[in-house]
Design a protein around this ligand. Structure first.
Ligand SMILES: Cc1cc2nc3c(=O)[nH]c(=O)nc-3n(C[C@H](O)[C@H](O)[C@H](O)COP(=O)(O)OP(=O)(O)OC[C@H]3O[C@@H](n4cnc5c(N)ncnc54)[C@H](O)[C@@H]3O)c2cc1C
Ligand code: SF4
Ligand code: SF4
Length: 489
């Protein structure tokens, strides 16, 4: 019986390097890497050694035979990745695949190289992967800075509290906080001025601003950005415990990404189940007395292009509280035909929802595709969402709206900023015109990709930094060398 990778995989590829028979794919050397939502174990080659399960930072790997309930489907999903394909032949044909190469130590600086002083701003995954790379592969001294009093970035204040395995990766990162060459400074907002005291600065400050919808009524009281809701249930220090009012029976969430799914799941969950998680106590108290019975996820396009990942959707569907609104016949056809991501909804109950009726008893989540918000209506606060469909417009009564249509980076004082992408312009992490300044993570490449995607991203940035260090392109170090030479003269 082989092992199988399950829902919480964040594709950081830690397991790949420990597998003795190379049966976990795609590996970081393969073209598919970064394009699949998770990695998969080939059941035909796995020798059941369990090394990958021990190495996985988020407890995503189990013997396939031990999988129960909604996790059982992952045995099939792992096998499905290999069905009808010869992975080894494929990767051999890929241009940059090296089946075997001599060990490469390109991150180790020359042995006589004086330690670099590097500031890393941000303790989320990108900052931590960058710090880890520097500490493990160079003799650099790292100053790790975060404006929040608690480290972890979105692992701490974004990942949903009912995903404890995913949050566990925070413990792996926290082990580096005590490294003898790391100085941790929390509760300190930082900008480009750090460059004056360090050989290099890596900004890994994330992207937690909200993308605007451009819909009338967007700023009415009761219309909340997703960051407020996820920060609220995670106890973010900058978000008031009463920031989310749950006295309405229906909440509309605009968006179908994993964050929209997280919010819908938490708002409709059994509070007793949530009580066993790391949810903020104030949020739990509010959820216990919440009137919310229905969360409607509004998607402009059809289910074939829904932004959630298959694993998150399957986990939600397994709870039995999901319903697809069939107001547009294209939705059912796409599901039946299995077009794109629509096939994942096969087996989920369907219903033509009558918005004139109050939500039924119990709690449920309604997926409504081909329906875009045209206006948020209300006098002093939200009372309804006007949704525009192929057949016209429909008013969906709702007391709260959550805007989960994507995150956006915000400018870093002193650095250039691309307003369109919400990122700091960069080449492989280098910020042009700012020698010694680098970016990693969501502020570098935009707000997409799970935790693991930041590993390769941070690695690229650290690689650029070390290249510049060896080539003498770090300005403070140049000035330092000049001063030392003057001192010797
Ligand atoms: C709600 C939500 C849930 C998610 N759930 C999952 C999941 O379950 N699984 C998964 O794989 N991925 C998940 N992701 C994606 C994952 O969290 C991101 O890929 C990752 O956090 C991005 O890392 P980052 O380091 O770029 O940014 P962040 O994690 O946002 O870290 C940025 C850090 O920089 C700090 N900072 C910002 N500005 C400054 C400043 N000026 N000075 C000092 N410090 C500063 C912030 O306080 C923060 O700690 C989720 C994302 C969101 C938004
Ligand atoms: S989280 Fe990392 S180690 Fe765990 S299964 Fe996914 S890729 Fe492998
Ligand atoms: S159990 Fe062993 S052989 Fe199987 S995938 Fe994990 S590391 Fe590889």
């Amino acid at each position: 019986m082989a092992f199988a990778i399950t829902q919480t995989c964040c594709a950081d590829a830690t397991c790949v390097s420990v597998c003795p028979v190379n049966c976990i794919h795609p590996t970081p050397d393969e073209p598919d890497f970064g394009r699949t939502e998770m990695l998969y174990i080939d059941p035909a080659t796995c020798i059941d050694c369990g090394a990958c399960a021990d190495a996985c930072p988020v407890d995503a790997i189990f013997p396939a035979g031990d999988l129960t309930g909604p996790l059982r489907v992952y045995e099939e999903l792992n096998a499905e990745y290999y069905a009808g394909r010869d992975v080894l032949a494929e990767v051999s044909a890929a241009p940059n695949f090296h089946r075997w190469a001599p060990p490469s130590f390109e991150r180790v600086l020359p042995s006589d190289f004086a330690p670099l002083d590097v500031a890393v701003v941000g303790t989320g995954p990108a900052g931590m992967y960058a710090a880890e790379d520097l500490l493990l592969h160079t003799n650099a001294r790292v100053t790790l800075v975060d404006r929040l009093p608690v480290a972890g970035g979105l692992i701490r204040y974004g990942v949903a509290p009912d995903h404890p395995s995913t949050k566990k990766i925070g413990e792996t990162f926290a082990r580096f906080h005590d490294h003898p060459r790391l100085r941790l400074r929390l509760g300190v907002p930082a900008g480009a001025e750090l460059a004056e005291k360090h050989d290099a600065v890596i900004f890994a400050v994330g992207a937690t601003g909200a993308r605007r919808l451009g819909v009338p009524g967007e700023d009415l009281p009761g219309s909340l950005p997703a960051a407020t809701v996820v920060g609220w249930y995670n106890g973010h220090p900058a978000i008031e415990p009463d920031a989310v009012d749950l006295s309405a029976e229906r909440v509309v969430v605009v968006g179908t990404g994993n964050v929209a799914l997280d919010i819908a799941r938490i708002l409709t969950a059994d509070p007793e189940e949530l009580a066993r998680t790391s949810i903020a106590p104030e949020a739990l108290a509010r959820l216990r007395s919440a009137k919310v019975r229905e969360v409607v996820l509004l998607a402009r396009r059809g289910p074939e292009t829904a932004a959630y990942t298959r694993s998150e959707l399957l986990a939600l569907a397994a709870r039995g509280t999901l319903v697809v609104d069939t107001h547009d016949p294209r939705t059912a056809s796409a599901i039946d035909e299995g077009a794109g991501n629509a096939g994942w909804l096969q087996g989920v109950p369907r219903e033509r929802v009558d918005w004139a009726e109050p939500p039924p008893d119990g709690r449920r989540i309604v997926l409504r595709f081909h329906s875009a918000p045209a206006e948020f209506r209300g006098d002093t606060e939200i009372r309804a969402v006007l949704a525009s469909d192929a057949a016209g417009e429909v008013e969906i009564p709702a007391g709260r709206v959550v805007r989960a249509a994507g995150f956006r980076g915000t400018p870093v004082p002193g650095l250039p900023f691309d307003e369109e992408t919400g990122t700091v312009p960069n080449t492989a992490g280098r910020v042009p015109g700012h020698p010694g300044v680098y970016v990693a993570g969501w502020i570098k490449r935009g707000p997409s990709g799970g935790i693991g995607a930041n590993k390769a991203c941070a690695r690229e940035t650290v690689g650029a930094l070390l290249e510049d260090a060896v080539a003498g392109r770090l300005p403070l170090r140049r000035r330092g060398m000049a001063a030392r030479l003057r001192g010797r003269a």
